[in-house]
Design a protein around this ligand. Sequence first.
Ligand SMILES: NC(=O)c1ccc[n+]([C@@H]2O[C@H](COP(=O)([O-])OP(=O)(O)OC[C@H]3O[C@@H](n4cnc5c(N)ncnc54)[C@H](OP(=O)(O)O)[C@@H]3O)[C@@H](O)[C@H]2O)c1
Length: 249
Amino acid sequence: MKTVLITGATSGIGHQLVLDHLAEGWTVVACGRNPEALAQLHQRAPAQLVVARFDVTDEAQTQEVVSTTLANLLKGAPLDRAILNAGTCEYLDVDQWSPALFRQVMEANLMGPANCLAPLLPTLERGSQLVLVDSLARLLPFTRAQAYGASKAALHYLARTLEVDLADRGVKVLAVSPGFVDTPLTQRNTFGMPALMTVEDASVAIMKGMAAGRRTIRFPRRLAWPLTLLSQLGEGLQVRICQWLKQQG
Ligand SMILES: NC(=O)c1ccc[n+]([C@@H]2O[C@H](COP(=O)([O-])OP(=O)(O)OC[C@H]3O[C@@H](n4cnc5c(N)ncnc54)[C@H](OP(=O)(O)O)[C@@H]3O)[C@@H](O)[C@H]2O)c1
């Protein structure tokens, strides 16, 4: 039986990924902070799922909980798949700039995965998959996305550099770049979200991409391809396009 560790398992995309892995017979380590949501997950599949409660921004807690949980579960065997999905989104305001809010996003979206890597890397061996969930927002300089976009662009860079350095070990590194998915994270958005997807469809896209071993999993196509093409333009043009998008609201 294969084992997967998923952060951000208590809500949205991560929660659906837990359900889809359980349906495929995986043993799941479901990670999050919310104790009620973790208990509910455990009740669904007590023999197939263990929970790990920690805050990814707390380096010591992340190290302790992840390494202890995996040592008890794997007993020296490698971890087949780790999905670093936990994250947050806050939009900034250039008229009321908040370093604290910027730091909060960076801590969760960038330092979180970096903290998780410390206990995870020793458990990944030939054939293991390391999956980092960034965002299509990494592709262009969207309005008010100074923190979120920067964190996800940096996370994507982290994935690619890990790919360089983990190739010798035979560990596959995959980057997942979703568009808009209907979750508690986006339900706070007050702007129109093009090509909004259900969490079920998003999880199917990720599951298929991981099964196929794709290096980058972008979806939905109708948003991913235009944004990818626009990201190839000169930076001045990219800024002008995003200024125009901002005016459209
Ligand atoms: N929804 C979208 O449209 C979209 C698009 C592109 C990328 N993404 C990315 O996909 C990932 C999942 O997003 P989602 O939409 O599913 O969001 P969500 O429903 O708000 O879920 C976020 C998850 O991350 C966990 N989390 C957040 N901060 C954490 C922390 N400090 N320590 C531990 N766990 C933490 C939460 O756990 P607790 O609730 O237990 O604290 C929760 O399980 C995020 O990285 C997000 O940036 C989402």
